[in-house]
Ligand binder design. Structure first.
Ligand code: CFM
Length: 531
């Protein structure tokens, strides 16, 4: 795979690849969250995509304005399938996540500045849509010409009496969309969280952080959590509202599904409010069951534990016969996953439920802690690119800070016992879950993916949007894990059935027999010319 590279590239790319060795004492160091080598096209997005497209865009009752050329706005519109619906706190006309708002900057705006146009647009948006609050996301040219988004936002807040948040998430900030996650987390934490005063009723109030309701995943999880007896205060940011985010600090426990995109808020809430967080994974039956047991354990309530076991037993029994049918087709099959910054770990569990193995796992923009575990964070060197992103260090809130055991309504002794059993405020990364010989790759590119497919010949490729069709042309089934190819949900119990059905269909389609992979064609050509 490395052979065609010049020496310098080879040296660089080797650091982004590790092979699991179960005998080794710990995970070897991987290089991650560093610049892609110029000239190599990989699957990454930009800071604007991470801020607007991933974290703040889905907040349903806020209008999110893209300040920039129309292309940035258009391509961030509706592509991620983060679903939202009207609920008790949000009337039907206050759902904006499916709409596209952009200042459509033209040449004169680039030359003479776009601040006036942006201010005018905010006025129009307020007059026409009356949103509860507004986000403004910067694109590359905004930073280059120096439009002052903060000043425009501040003036608009005074004119309209609603919050207007400015995000300096110019596409070129950082090395990938990961920078945009951080910028968005900072602003949401500083400007929205803590503004509310209404704790939702219930004894066990939780937030589900880093769950974006792709294809309805969050709704399946809410169904289960609510039935067990939790009050789901907010799903951040899948189907979330500005009103709920203001009250984020009033929950007892934060569950973290996608560590990469939201660990900043989890950590900052721990510092400011003392709220403990628990890394969960609701992709796969065993994973879901284990996460539910750990969440129940956090509250140490007997009735909650009993109800959790009851739901686990009922739901597992309900879906197992169907999954068993699909397992007949899927048993022994192999998969690759090269996706974002968390799913390549989460889906390993669901594949194992179905008798499959993920032999190669890759992330586009994860950091070392997502591979190796959070214990490496203090050793990560900040480079020029990460210094671009402000690092906030909130101090304990005078009125609202409570120690973690107080949040969980238990004695300090009980909490220490809990902490020994359940890894609170910690993520172990992808490495421990993999098996010897399996490969982990960071920021893979098309050439590398092609060689890996030719060599390891997986039955299924869990892909991104752009590499999906290359994989098809190589005669391998692919399932796009970002928007699920219009299917889903894939989380929880019902999600496992949907995923098993889709994968079984993908692997058994006769289409693959009709395709000759390019390397086979090469062989055919060669033997023809030999003859
Ligand atoms: Fe988290 Fe995500 Fe992901 Fe992500 Fe994403 Fe996504 Fe993803 Mo696409 S927040 S890191 S930036 S789980 S949009 S919902 S699927 S790359 S693996």
């Amino acid at each position: 795979m490395m052979t065609p590279y010049p020496e310098m590239v080879k040296k660089n790319r080797k650091k982004h690849l590790i092979i699991k060795d179960e005998e080794a004492a710990s995970c070897p160091q991987i290089e991650a969250n560093t610049r892609t080598i110029p000239g190599i096209i990989s699957q990454r997005g930009c800071a604007y995509a991470g801020c607007k497209g991933v974290v703040v865009g889905p907040i349903k009752d806020m209008v999110t304005i893209t300040h920039g050329p129309v292309g940035c706005g258009y391509y961030s519109w509706g592509t991620r399938r983060n679903k939202a619906r009207a609920d008790d706190t949000t009337s039907k006309d206050k759902i904006y996540s499916q709409l596209c708002f952009t200042t459509d900057m033209q040449e004169p705006d680039i030359v003479f500045g776009g601040e006036k146009k942006l201010a005018r647009m905010i006025d129009e948006v307020v007059a026409a849509f009356h949103p509860r609050a507004i986000n403004i996301c910067a694109t590359c040219p905004v930073g280059l010409i120096g439009d002052d988004l903060g000043a425009v936002a501040k003036a608009a807040e005074e004119r309209h009496g609603i919050q207007v948040l400015a995000y300096n998430c110019e596409g070129y900030k950082g090395v990938s969309q990961s920078a945009g996650h951080h910028i968005a987390n900072n602003n949401v934490m500083e400007k929205i969280v803590g503004k509310g005063t209404e704790r939702k009723p219930g004894r066990f109030v939780i937030n589900l952080l880093g769950e974006y309701n792709i294809g309805g995943d969050g709704w399946e999880l809410e169904r289960i959590l609510k039935e067990i007896g939790y009050t789901v205060n907010c799903v951040l940011t899948g189907d979330s509202s500005y009103l709920d985010i203001k009250n984020l600090h009033l929950a007892d426990l934060n569950l973290v599904q996608c560590h990469r995109s939201i660990n900043y808020i989890a950590e900052m809430m721990e510092a400011k409010y003392g709220t403990p967080w628990l890394k969960v994974n609701f992709i796969g039956i065993d994973a879901t069951n284990q996460s539910l047991r750990q969440v129940a354990r956090c509250f140490g309530d007997e009735e909650l534990v009993r109800k959790t076991e009851e739901i686990i037993e009922r739901e597992t029994a309900r879906v197992t016969p169907t999954l068993d049918q699909y397992r007949k087709v899927l048993l022994g099959k192999t998969a690759f996953a090269i996706v974002g910054g968390s799913r390549s770990h989460h889906y390993q569990y669901l594949l194992r439920d179905l008798g499959m193995e993920m032999i190669i796992a890759g992330y586009e923009f994860a950091h070392r802690d997502d591979y190796e575990g959070r214990q490496v964070i203090p050793t990560i060197k900040t480079d020029a690119d990460s210094k671009n992103i402000p690092e906030l260090h909130p101090v304990p809130d005078e009125k609202m800070y409570k120690e973690a055991h107080v949040h969980l309504n238990m004695s300090k002794e009980k909490f220490d016992e809990l902490n020994a059993e359940v890894p609170l405020n910690y993520y172990e990364g992808i490495y421990p879950n993999m098996k010897s010989g399996q490969i982990i790759i960071d920021d893979a590119n098309h050439h590398e993916v092609e060689v890996l497919i030719q060599t390891a010949k997986p039955d299924l490729f869990l892909s991104g949007v752009r590499d999906k069709y290359i994989v098809h042309k190589m005669g391998v089934a692919s399932k796009q894990l970002h928007a699920y190819d219009y299917s889903g949900p894939y989380a929880g119990y019902n999600g496992a059935i949907n995923f098993a059905r889709d994968v079984a269909k993908a692997l058994t389609t006769p289409a693959w027999k009709l395709i000759t992979p390019p390397w086979e064609k090469e062989k055919e050509k060669r033997s023809e010319s030999d003859a």
